[in-house]
Design a protein around this ligand. Sequence first.
Ligand SMILES: Nc1ncnc2c1ncn2[C@@H]1O[C@H](COP(=O)(O)OP(=O)(O)O)[C@@H](O)[C@H]1O
Ligand SMILES: [Mg+2]
Length: 397
Amino acid sequence: MLENEILKNITVLYAEDESIIQEGITETLNLFEINVLCAKNGQEGLSIFKNFSEKIDLILTDIKMPKLDGLGMIEEIRKIDKNIPIIITTAHQETNFLMQSIESNISAYVLKPIDIYKLKESLIKAIESKILKEELIEKNKKLEIEIQKNKENQQIIETQSRFAAMGEMINMIAHQWRQPLASIGTASFNLKYKLLSNKFNLETAKGREEQTLFFTQKLDEIEFYVQNLTTTIDDFRNFYKSDKKLINTNIETPIKNALKIIEKDLEANNIKVELDLESKKEIHIYENELMHVFMNMLKNAQDKFLEKNIDKAKIQIKTFDTKDSVEIEICDNGGEIEEKNLNIIFEPYFSTKKEKNGTGIGLYMSKIIIENNHKGNLNVCNKQGNVCFSIILHSMI
Ligand SMILES: Nc1ncnc2c1ncn2[C@@H]1O[C@H](COP(=O)(O)OP(=O)(O)O)[C@@H](O)[C@H]1O
Ligand SMILES: [Mg+2]
């Protein structure tokens, strides 16, 4: 903006008790097309400011004035407006006021007698920095709105991810429970059958012993399976705990916990899991979150095996320690990811399983968990027909 343009139409509150000086300066300011509101002392200045604070862009004030001096007026004005630029006109002998005025955030001092060019320069600088400040405030406001929006979007995605995981979970519970429930059914059918068909000769001690043995055995079996069902439910319940607590453990725990939940499902689909868990280092992790990540990876590999009907399907999970990190590699032999998709599979809502209710949230959430919450790295690459996800977690986060 041109210098004269900046000053055009701004409004200055000018407090000065010497009317000759005030008139002279006001006339010159008017030449620059600056509107001037004049006050004869600090008290009048303050009252004008209170009435027209919205309109006033800058304050120009003398220090020594009757009733209320310049610094007294500034102190009151600063209580109302911390940012409005203030320029002080001062004589040499008044410099002892300077220390006090520094605290009031003064834009400039112009020595008396006033050099009009110096005054103009100070006015321009003060107004420019005011404009910049206002632009900055505006930008910050926009940024805050943007951040808030992002936060809300993130929350929506997290909720969606929980729902999606819940759907998958119900499927897995069904798999895990099918076998123990069937076994409980068979055991209880056997018991009823033997009882109703009088299979044991209760007249003899041997017959009674046989019956007791048979019943205890079957009831033990039922107890065992009930125990099994209870454990599964506990595993699933753990899966849903959103415990935001960092714990010290090795990486094997969340891997094993994820496997506990999904392995029946994998078995049922003839998918082998090979473990090579070398890492023994203790690291600081959100255990449940990492379990979710491993679940996502295993589930994705399984989805692909089923979609492509892969023979000898195999997932390899490898962990090892380096000097200051723990690395995990999860590879599957279900075929590579298309080159053009390699960079976008971590984006929210990217899914190649749209018609099969893919949500496209799993990998996005995994990335957030590894990179934001654990300050680690999650990457993917194709390796001779295999897809490999690699996770690096640093020992200290
Ligand atoms: N192991 C994998 N092999 C090949 N492609 C994969 C693998 N894991 C993920 N992808 C690709 O990344 C996409 C996004 O995965 P994800 O975020 O879990 O969402 P969704 O499983 O709902 O599609 C998948 O649709 C798939 O195209
Ligand atoms: Mg997925």
